[in-house]
Design a protein around this ligand. Structure first.
Ligand SMILES: [Zn+2]
Length: 302
């Protein structure tokens, strides 16, 4: 019997959840799924040859595994979910967040607040499951700029074809919560949950794309959404953008702002499209504008 085939036949070899602590706050990464990312075709302001060369130097292959992470924050008596994964919108490789939430020991009804970093389908699709609200007791917090943009039919009419699904999906997933009076919009840099979670406008990937900063007894946690796709190229050269950015120029300056914040405040960073669990720290190279990613070391509960 081929024992390696025995393993590859497993339906889901992807990791599901991983939790770490900042003081009394549990930060739990939830894997929604993994898709191949042809980064040599997706990055802007570089060449496919450079992308291949740098990934190869780090022993990474193309297409790179493209992770989709969301984060559960459990603090005192509050359960906060930062982004929801794709739900039913992303095909069979995605949409596993709900299962991994339960595997981590939480029930969707326990989620008090869902805070969205931006209105792309892979971040809000999990709001709806089998046609119903997936989080029966949650208030949903959305950056106002993204709500104004993605829920506006006039903006949808002007948007390029690849962006259309985000509009259509947002117009389907948000209204059930809005009709129930459970949507709050937060302004630029406003705190969705004062004293607990504040926001920092990091526009470019979308108009209202925002980092969510969780205050803990230890250092802050910076959930920076889609500031990074991958964990090599855009750290080495933050001027490299990705074709999904609505405004690549703004996204580049937001990336530099987020990197500097992470370094200066020594934040624990939580990234949506960084290898699972997407939790780690940013270090700055001494004499240049280059950074590197140090993932947390996985450990078992004490
Ligand atoms: Zn994303």
């Amino acid at each position: 019997m081929n024992v390696s085939a025995q393993y590859s036949a497993r339906p889901n070899a992807a990791p599901g959840f991983y939790g770490t602590w900042q003081g009394d706050t549990a930060i739990i990464a939830l894997c929604d799924g993994i898709l191949p990312f042809p980064l040599d075709k997706l990055y802007l302001n570089t060449t496919p040859e450079h992308v291949r060369e740098r990934l190869s130097a780090h022993r990474q292959e193309l297409p790179a595994p493209g992770p989709f992470n969301a984060f559960l924050i459990a603090q005192h008596n509050r359960v906060i979910l930062i982004d929801t994964g794709s739900g039913d919108l992303g095909g069979p490789a995605l949409g596993h967040l709900a299962d991994h939430l339960q595997a981590a020991g939480y029930h969707p009804d326990q989620v008090n607040d869902v805070i969205l970093t931006h209105l792309h389908s892979d971040h809000f699709g999990g709001l709806i499951r089998n046609g119903d609200m997936a989080f029966a007791n949650a208030r949903v917090h959305i950056p106002k700029r993204d709500a104004d943009f993605f829920l506006d039919p006039a903006q949808m009419a002007k948007a390029p074809a690849p962006m259309q699904p985000h509009f259509k999906n947002a117009m389907a997933c948000i209204p059930p919560y809005a009709d129930a009076g459970r949507v709050s919009l937060f302004d630029d840099n406003e705190a969705p949950l004062p004293g607990i979670a504040r926001s920092i406008l990091l526009p470019g990937h979308s108009p209202g794309h925002s980092g969510i900063i969780i205050k803990t007894e230890a250092n802050d946690v910076l959930c920076w959404g889609d500031i990074m796709h991958g964990d090599i190229l855009q750290f080495e050269d933050p001027d490299i953008a990705i074709c999904f950015d609505v405004d690549a120029r703004a996204a580049i300056s937001s990336r530099k702002q987020a990197l500097n914040l992470a370094v200066q405040e020594n934040c624990l960073v939580a990234g949506s499209h960084i290898a699972f669990p997407g939790l780690g720290h940013v270090l700055r190279h001494q004499d240049e504008n280059a950074y590197c990613w140090h993932p947390v070391a996985l450990q078992s509960q004490p």
